[in-house]
Design a protein around this ligand. Structure first.
Ligand SMILES: Nc1ncnc2c1ncn2[C@@H]1O[C@H](COP(=O)(O)OP(=O)(O)OP(=O)(O)O)[C@@H](O)[C@H]1O
Ligand SMILES: [Mg+2]
Length: 401
C-alpha cells in the first residue's frame, strides 16, 4: 500500500521550516509517508544552519517567522545554495507577497492553510523541475568545458600550422639553396677548367712582359695590375669550385684546436694592422673528429675572414671551441657592423654578398661543409654591436664522406 503513495523522489531530503510546531509535525509526517527524508527547523536562522550542513533538495519555508523571517532566509538560500529549491508558505490573500517571493527566487508558493494533496503535488513538481534544471546546468557546464577544450585545440592547431608553415618555408629555402649549389657545381666544374687554362697563359705572358719592362715604371704598374686581376679571377674560380664540390675528400682524425690555432696565427698580421684584439678559448681534452682537414680549416678561415672584414677600424674577435653533448661547438664572434635582419636569411646563399669585391661563396661553402658532417650552423647578429656564428659538429663521424 505504502508503495503506491511513495513519491518518485522518495529519499530526497526536505527541510520544513515553520514556527508553528503543529504544522512542522504534520507536514513532516505527511512527507515521511511519501518516503522523503525530513528535517525540521523553527526559524530562519535554524533553517540556514541546517541548509548549510545537510544541503536538502527542497525547503518548505514559512514566510512569517520570528528571529529571521522567511523572505530573508529565502534570499540567502538562493544566493549561497543554488541546488536547494524553496517552496514558500504564505498567508491567504497575499498574492503580492507571493509574486515578490517568486521574483526573489522561490520555486513555488503555497497558501496556508493548504490541503495535503496539493502540498504533495507541489513538492513533486518542484523536485521534478529541480531535477531537470540541475541536469541542464550540468549539461551547460559540460558544454562550456567542451567549448574551452575546442578553443584550446584550435589554438594548438593554429600554432602547429604556423610552425609547419615556418618549417616549410625553411625547407623551401634550403631546397633553393641546394639547387643553386647543384647548378653552380655543374657550371663551375666546366668553367674552372675552361677559364683557368687561358688565365694561366695570361698570367705567364704577363710575367714575361714584367721581366721585359722591368725599367719602365709606368708599364710595369699596368702589368702588375693585370697579374693581380688574373689572380683575383683565379681565386674566385677556386672558391666556386669549393662551394660546389661534391666529391668525397679523404678523411682522417682532425684536431679542431690545432686548426683553430693555425688559422688565428695566419690572421695575426691582419689583426695587428686592424687593431683587432683576439680572445681564444679552447676547452681542454677535446676529442678528435674524423674529417677532411681542408674542409674544417675552410670553416674556420671563412668565418674568421668575414669577421675581420667587418672590423677594419678595430674591434674584438672571439673564438671558442667547446664540447657540447656529443658535439664540438665552434663560436666565432666579432664586434663589427652586424647583419641587418633582412639579410640574415640570405647570407648562406651562394652569390649573396654585400661586399664590392665579394663573391658570396664563403658562407655557402661553410654551410655545405657543416651539412656534410650532419652539423648545424646559426648566425646571431645585432646591427652596430656585432655578429656571432655558432657551428656544431657531431663528434661521431663516418670514415667516408
Ligand atoms: N661576421 C659578419 N658580420 C657582418 N656581416 C657578415 C659577416 N659574415 C657574413 N656577413 C654577410 O654575409 C655576406 C655573405 O658572406 P660570404 O662569406 O658568403 O660572402 P662574402 O664574404 O661576401 O664573399 P666571399 O666570402 O666569397 O669573399 C657578406 O657579404 C656579409 O654581408
Ligand atoms: Mg666571406
Amino acid at each position: 500500500m505504502l508503495k503506491e503513495h511513495t513519491s518518485q523522489f522518495a529519499g530526497e531530503k526536505i527541510l520544513v521550516v515553520d514556527d508553528e510546531e503543529v504544522i512542522v509535525e504534520l507536514t513532516a509526517l505527511l512527507l515521511r509517508s511519501r518516503g522523503f527524508e525530513v528535517l525540521a527547523a523553527h526559524n530562519g536562522e535554524q533553517c540556514l544552519e541546517l541548509v548549510k550542513m545537510e544541503r536538502p533538495s527542497l525547503v518548505l519555508l514559512d514566510y512569517m517567522m520570528p528571529v529571521m523571517d522567511g523572505e530573508t532566509a529565502l534570499k540567502k538560500i538562493v544566493q549561497h545554495y543554488p541546488d536547494t529549491y524553496v517552496i514558500m508558505f504564505t498567508g491567504k490573500g497575499s498574492e503580492e507577497v507571493a509574486v515578490r517571493l517568486m521574483k526573489s527566487g522561490a520555486a513555488d508558493y503555497l497558501q496556508k492553510p493548504f490541503v495535503n494533496s496539493s502540498l504533495l503535488e507541489r513538492v513533486d513538481s518542484v523536485l521534478q523541475l529541480r531535477q531537470v534544471e540541475l541536469s541542464n546546468r550540468d549539461l551547460l557546464h559540460e558544454k562550456e568545458l567542451l567549448q574551452q577544450e575546442i578553443e584550446a585545440w584550435n589554438l594548438h592547431l593554429e600554432r602547429r600550422v604556423e610552425e609547419k608553415s615556418q618549417e616549410l618555408e625553411l625547407a623551401h629555402r634550403e631546397i633553393l639553396q641546394a639547387e643553386k649549389l647543384a647548378a653552380l657545381g655543374h657550371i663551375s666544374a666546366g668553367m674552372a677548367h675552361e677559364i683557368r687554362n687561358p688565365l694561366n697563359a695570361i698570367n705567364l705572358f704577363a710575367q714575361i712582359l714584367s721581366g721585359a719592362y722591368s725599367d719602365d715604371l709606368e708599364n710595369i704598374s699596368y702589368i702588375k695590375k693585370i697579374i693581380e686581376e688574373v689572380e683575383r679571377v683565379d681565386s674566385i674560380l677556386i672558391k666556386m669550385l669549393a662551394a660546389s664540390r661534391g666529391t668525397a675528400a679523404p678523411r682522417s682524425e682532425v684536431r679542431f684546436e690545432q686548426i683553430a690555432r693555425r688559422v688565428l696565427a695566419d690572421s695575426e698580421v691582419v689583426c695587428r694592422s686592424q687593431r683587432v684584439t683576439v680572445e681564444c678559448l679552447i676547452e681542454e681534452g677535446l676529442p678528435t673528429i674524423i674529417a677532411d682537414p681542408t674542409e674544417i680549416e675552410q670553416i674556420f678561415t671563412n668565418l674568421v675572414t668575414n669577421a675581420l672584414f667587418e672590423m677594419q677600424a678595430g674591434g674584438h674577435l672571439g673564438l671558442r671551441l667547446t664540447m657540447d653533448e656529443g658535439f664540438i661547438q665552434l663560436v666565432v664572434s666579432d664586434t663589427g657592423r652586424g647583419i641587418p635582419k633582412e639579410h640574415l636569411n640570405q647570407i648562406f646563399d651562394p652569390f649573396f654578398t654585400t661586399k664590392e669585391k665579394g663573391t658570396g661563396f664563403g658562407l655557402s661553402v661553410v654551410l655545405r661543409i657543416v651539412r656534410g658532417y650532419s652539423g648545424l650552423i646559426r648566425a646571431e647578429s645585432d646591427v652596430g654591436l656585432g655578429t656571432t656564428f655558432s657551428v656544431k659538429i657531431p663528434v661521431r663521424q663516418e670514415m667516408a664522406a
